[in-house]
Design a protein around this ligand. Structure first.
Ligand code: R5P
Length: 283
C-alpha cells in the first residue's frame, strides 16, 4: 500500500505516511494554460491498495481528486481509500430555497464512483457520510488532537460558539480536564452572527473556543467579544478547518490571544496535525 497526495494535503500525507510507515508519493499537479488541471503519479504500477489524501475544496482540488482516483486505477489500484481531510460543499446539505441543489450529496455520489473507502475529518454534517453508496465512509474527529495541542496552556474553560458544537467542546475539554460550555449563536447573514449575551462563567478564565470551520471569522469574533465582556482573562480559538476567507486571519489575530487550526487545510496557522486520528481509522 502507498499514500498518494494531491496538492492540497502534502504535509498531512507526509505525517500520515511516517506514522503508518508507508511510502508517500507526491502526485505531480499543474495547470494547462487554459486553467484545466493535470495530474500524474510517477510510478510504474500500484499494487492492490492506495490511500489518496486530497481535499475536495476548492474546485480545482476537487477536480484533482477525481483525476487522482482515475490515475491510480489506471496504474492498477484495486482498492482506493480516499482520505478527504476537508470535505467541501458540506454546508449546502439540504435545500434551503426551492430550486437549489443538495451540493454535499452531489459530491458524495460522484466521489463514491471510484472510492472503496472514504475517511473524512469533522465533516460539517454527519448525514453526508450516509450519501456514499458502495464506499464505506467514516468521519473521524480532531477533538483529541486539538486537546493535546493545548495540554500545557492552562485552559480553564472550553467553549463552543453554539449549542450544536457543544459535543466538540466537551470532547476537547475531556482531554484537557477542564470544564466546557456553549454560547448561543444566531446567524444574521453570510458574514455576520449575533452571540446572545450569556451567563457563561468566564470571569478571570483562560478560554478556548472550538469550532469545526472558521470561514469569515464572524463567529469567533462575536464569541470573543462576548467572552471579553464576560471578563475572560485570555481567549484562544481553534478550529478543524481553517478557511480564513477575506482577511479573517488578520482580524482574528487582533481579537484573539491565539488562533490555531488543524492541517486539514494547510496554511499559516495549521499547527495541529490530524494524522493520528486518520492513522487510527486506517489501522
Ligand atoms: C457553522 O455552522 C459552523 O460550525 C461555523 O461556526 C461557521 O462555518 C463559521 O463561519 P464564520 O467563520 O464565517 O462565522
Amino acid at each position: 500500500m502507498i499514500i498518494v497526495s494531491g496538492s492540497s494535503s502534502r504535509n498531512l500525507a507526509n505525517d500520515l505516511a511516517q506514522r503508518i510507515n508507508l511510502e508517500h508519493v507526491r502526485a505531480t499537479s499543474r495547470k494547462f494554460p487554459d486553467g484545466e488541471c493535470y495530474v500524474r503519479i510517477e510510478k510504474e504500477m500500484i499494487d492492490e491498495e492506495v490511500i489518496i489524501v486530497q481535499n475536495s475544496y476548492p474546485n480545482d482540488m476537487l477536480v484533482e481528486l477525481f483525476l487522482l482516483q482515475d490515475a491510480t486505477r489506471n496504474l492498477g489500484a484495486k482498492k482506493i481509500i480516499n482520505v478527504i481531510p476537508y470535505f467541501g460543499y458540506a454546508r449546502q446539505d439540504k435545500i434551503f430555497l426551492k430550486g437549489e441543489a443538495i451540493s454535499a450529496r452531489v459530491m458524495a455520489k460522484h466521489l463514491d464512483l471510484e472510492a472503496d473507502k472514504v475517511i473524512t475529518v469533522d465533516i460539517h454534517t454527519p448525514k453526508i457520510i450516509e450519501w456514499f453508496g458502495k464506499a464505506t465512509a467514516i468521519d473521524v474527529h480532531a477533538a483529541e488532537c486539538i486537546g493535546k495541542y493545548f495540554i500545557n496552556d492552562g485552559i480553564d474553560l472550553v467553549l463552543a460558539p453554539d449549542q450544536g458544537a457543544s459535543g466538540r467542546a466537551k470532547a476537547v475539554a475531556s482531554v484537557l480536564g477542564s470544564t466546557w460550555d456553549h454560547l448561543l449563536k444566531t446567524r444574521l447573514s453570510g458574514t455576520e452572527v449575533r452571540i446572545t449575551p450569556s451567563n457563561v462563567d468566564a470571569r478571570g478564565k483562560k478560554v478556548l473556543i472550538v469550532d469545526d470551520i472558521i470561514s469569515t471569522g464572524g463567529t469567533i469574533e462575536a464569541a470573543t467579544r462576548e467572552l471579553r465582556r464576560l471578563g475572560a482573562k485570555a481567549v484562544y480559538a481553534a478550529c478543524t478547518h481553517g478557511l480564513f476567507i477575506g482577511g479573517a486571519l488578520e482580524r482574528l489575530r487582533k481579537s484573539c490571544d491565539k488562533i490555531v487550526a488543524t492541517n486539514t487545510i494547510e496554511g499559516e496557522v495549521s499547527m495541529i496535525s490530524v494524522a493520528p486520528a486518520i492513522a487510527a481509522a486506517l489501522q
